[in-house]
Design a protein around this ligand. Structure first.
Ligand SMILES: C[S@@+](CC[C@H](N)C(=O)[O-])C[C@H]1O[C@@H](n2cnc3c(N)ncnc32)[C@H](O)[C@@H]1O
Length: 361
């Protein structure tokens, strides 16, 4: 388990926004010099790119290259693959800056390939690009024609029940969430002071990464980690109990929520659910929260017309897979109002996540 001191350090939000603005202007300018059909062909190449990323990620090549550059013969032998196809995939990925060919058929990591290591994004990449996702996205038309999730063609039950039904999927999913949490939590903790909260209930808190970072940073705080039994049922997978400050409760937020918190956090939860389910979850929090309590939704807020954003991309993932959606500020406002909350403030972070803080009405 990582600790608060392991978290990456980020520059201030304003600086990151400015850098992003410059980067996007350069992309727009480069498009002006590109024929539209060429640009479209470049988009199509993404299928080959992500197929290759998926395979190389699964082979653990970024972790192997931590020790230093390797020639392709050695890489093929260590990963049980054929030298020629592996070389061609690595050559292509190096042409995109993902690895680097430093000598004749010798490869090394770049900062981008390093992010495929186990401690970074390996499991998130594996979860996002698993073979089921390729099938779901091959069937996206089903969502457009029926208004229902494309995943229903392959998975009958709700996605979380499906994940919980297999030890391997469950393990991979939990590791994937911890992988992204590491990046996100650093951004959240640097954007907001949680010092005035005494008891934080992390609703759907996965295996406790966010909560343990909070408890490490704020020694006077107590926390309740709440998630499904298949996620929090095995104490070996969870953080220490912080000398009794961290309690774990198993259950479903569609039925009940632990009481006693003065802050209820929902990080990457509502985007996996329909509006009706969100009203149930928020309504269950409303039943137990005190008048002085606060709720904090930590999610992407979909931005205005034509603005590129992670939220608009992830929204398609949510539509096709779990039948959820990423929401605009107005959509969050309506959901919260209907559940008896009003938005107090929305704080951006350097990650594509905002903190939406609301109080009971
Ligand atoms: C996208 S993950 C987010 C995990 C964590 N909050 C994070 O940001 O890394 C969604 C979480 O919701 C949990 N979850 C799904 N259905 C649930 C339910 N009915 N009751 C409680 N937790 C649930 C999942 O087990 C999973 O940990």
């Amino acid at each position: 388990m990582y600790t608060y001191s392991d978290l990456p350090k980020y520059p201030p939000v304003l600086f990151v926004r400015l850098a992003d603005l410059i980067r996007r202007s350069l992309i727009r300018m480069s498009r002006r010099f590109t024929h539209p059909s060429v640009e479209m062909m470049e988009h199509l190449q993404n299928l080959w790119l992500i197929g290759s990323i998926s395979a190389v990620n699964e082979l653990g090549i970024a972790d192997i290259l931590r020790a230093g550059p390797q020639n392709i013969e050695e890489l093929a032998s260590l990963t049980g693959t054929h030298e020629d196809p592996l070389y061609r995939v690595m050559r292509m990925l190096s042409s995109q800056g993902i690895f680097r060919e430093t000598g004749d058929r010798i490869f090394s990591n770049t900062p981008v390939s390093s992010s495929m290591r186990e401690k970074e994004l390996k499991y998130f990449i594996q979860h996002t690009l698993n073979s089921m996702q390729f099938r779901i996205f091959g069937a996206l038309m089903h969502s457009l024609k029926t208004g229902r999730r494309a995943s229903e063609l392959f998975v009958e039950t709700n996605v979380f029940a499906h994940i919980g039904s297999s030890v391997e999927l469950n393990e991979l999913y939990n590791r994937a969430m911890t992988n992204t949490s590491r990046m996100q939590v650093a951004a959240i903790l640097s954007a907001f002071s949680f010092s005035k909260f005494r008891i934080v209930v992390d609703v759907g808190g996965g295996q406790g990464f966010f909560l343990s970072a909070l408890l490490s940073k704020y020694p006077g705080m107590r926390g309740i980690l709440f998630d499904l039994p298949n996620v929090v049922g095995n104490p070996e997978k969870l953080p220490s109990d912080f000398g009794g400050r961290l309690k774990v409760e198993a259950g479903s937020f569609l039925e009940t929520i632990p009481s006693g918190g003065d802050l209820y956090t929902l990080k990457n939860i509502l985007h996996g659910w329909t509006d009706n389910d969100c009203l149930t979850i928020l309504g269950n929090i409303r039943k137990v929260i005190g008048g002085q309590g606060r709720i904090m939704i930590i999610e992407a807020v979909v931005e205005g017309r034509n603005t590129p954003s992670w939220g608009k991309m992830s929204d398609i993932f949510m539509m096709a897979g779990p039948d959820g959606k990423e929401r605009t500020r107005e959509e969050f406002r309506i959901l919260l109002e209907k559940s008896g909350f009003s938005i107090e403030r929305i704080k951006k972070t350097v990650a594509p996540l905002s903190l939406i803080i609301a109080a009971p009405k």
